[in-house]
Ligand binder design. Structure first.
Ligand SMILES: NC(=O)c1ccc[n+]([C@@H]2O[C@H](COP(=O)([O-])OP(=O)(O)OC[C@H]3O[C@@H](n4cnc5c(N)ncnc54)[C@H](O)[C@@H]3O)[C@@H](O)[C@H]2O)c1
Ligand SMILES: [Zn+2]
Ligand SMILES: [Zn+2]
Length: 374
């Protein structure tokens, strides 16, 4: 089957539209007619050449659609099912999968941007391999993915919301619920309030964290953060961030026990990652959600970590099991507990991917949703 897609041929160059050949959905593969895709900073990391990736490639990994065809070994899905896509298709067999930690699977081929059997899902007009980012490649009309990458969601879930559950929401809300296990009344800081950071804010509001402090360089993002539940906002270029956070969070009578219970970094910059442990108090957690460019290193203050009993936690995909967490997040949205509509920014057609990247680079507007039915 031939599909229309946006292809990245050179890092740093604009994407180009091309018709591509999609493999047949044999075995446990599923063909999904895509309805919506978010544009996440992880797509931009690849487009900008900050992450090494085999090119040419169709970017996009925050997607949703409708199952169109299934291979003979598919058990859980049928044509017509609405799905949100997981960018980390677990193998189901490795030690991490058996321990229930799908987000740490070592058998996945998603990170090679290939199907489980090692093929790429796409070919160009000359028959040459074209990779699909994380095995999804949602900047296209359709995709073929393993069954483990497609999770059924309610048919009445808006496509853009289902797409956001595929990355930003599962990552951000999962960071709060699964990785950090924030409790009601815990204090929290979110550094970087883009699509992922906003999802962290919604997760913190959901569990009743207080205070919730949002930090960003964009006044527009900070104003929006307040509508998502932030009780305080601070500018990222303020030189005294740690002191302000300590003052806001200190609940002790003698003002000596400040610092947040949890701080989340959702940018992926060395400076903000290095700063993160200074924002948490004694026994607090610094949670690394943002993904830096290849090769970035950040330093730590080991005495402070040991002396104050602080923890630094890494967070991949919100420590989530998509088959469990996608339906749960969809239910929380439908029941009115997670106002995910507040994350949606401009809605654009597929051929405006590069304009969406420009907005993302400049932190203009909210998360762009590509309407793939347009
Ligand atoms: N851990 C995971 O599984 C996972 C999943 C998805 C995305 N990510 C990563 O999360 C990060 C964020 O993704 P996103 O789509 O939300 O990006 P985004 O570009 O939408 O948001 C980044 C935000 O950080 C702000 N910012 C930039 N520099 C700042 C500074 N010095 N101080 C304060 N704020 C600053 C920007 O204004 C923007 O609001 C990326 O690195 C992405 O790759 C990780
Ligand atoms: Zn993403
Ligand atoms: Zn596995």
């Amino acid at each position: 089957m031939t599909v229309r897609a946006r292809v990245l041929t050179h890092a740093g160059a604009p994407t180009v539209e091309a018709p591509l050949e999609l493999v047949e959905p044999g075995g446990d593969l599923v063909r999904v007619r895509l309805t919506a895709s978010g544009v996440c900073h992880s797509d931009l990391h690849v487009a900008a050449g900050e992450w090494a990736a085999p090119l040419p490639m169709v970017l996009g990994h925050e997607g949703a659609g409708i199952v169109e065809a299934v291979g003979p070994d598919v058990r859980t899905l049928r044509p017509g099912d609405h799905v949100a896509l997981s960018w980390y298709a677990q193998c189901g067999h490795c030690r991490q999968c058996r321990r229930g930690r799908a987000w740490l699977c070592t058998g996945t081929r998603s990170i090679d941007h290939r199907l489980p059997d090692g093929r790429t899902s796409l070919r160009d007009a000359d028959g040459a391999d074209v990779h699909a980012l994380l095995g999804l490649g949602t900047f296209a009309e359709a995709t073929v993915v393993p069954e483990a990458a497609a999770v059924a969601v309610p048919a009445d879930l808006p496509p853009g919301i289902a797409a956001l559950i595929g990355c930003a929401v599962t990552t951000g809300v999962g960071a709060v619920l699964n990785t950090a296990r924030v409790r009601s009344g815990d204090s929290a800081v979110v550094v970087g309030c883009g699509g992922v950071g906003q999802s962290i804010l919604l997760g913190l509001a959901l569990v009743g964290a207080d205070p919730i402090i949002a930090i960003d360089l964009s006044d527009e993002r900070l104003a929006h953060a307040r509508t998502l539940g932030a009780t305080h906002v601070l500018r990222g270029d303020d030189p005294d961030l740690a002191a302000h956070v300590a003052a806001i969070t200190d609940g002790s009578a003698d003002r000596t026990d400040g610092g947040a219970d949890h701080a989340f970094e959702a940018i992926g910059r060395a400076e903000t990652i290095t700063m993160l442990p200074s924002l948490v108090g004694r026994g607090g957690q610094a949670v690394l959600v943002g993904m830096p460019a290849d090769g970035v290193r950040a330093s730590i203050d080991p005495f402070d970590l040991a002396d104050a009993g602080k923890q630094v936690l890494g967070c991949n995909y919100g420590s989530s099991v998509p088959a469990v967490d996608f339906p749960r997040l969809a239910r929380l949205y439908t029941a009115g507990h997670l106002p995910l509509d507040a994350l949606v920014g401009a809605v654009r057609p597929l051929d405006e991917v590069d304009a969406a990247f420009a907005d993302l680079r400049e932190a203009v507007g909210l998360r762009t949703i590509l309407d793939l039915t347009a």
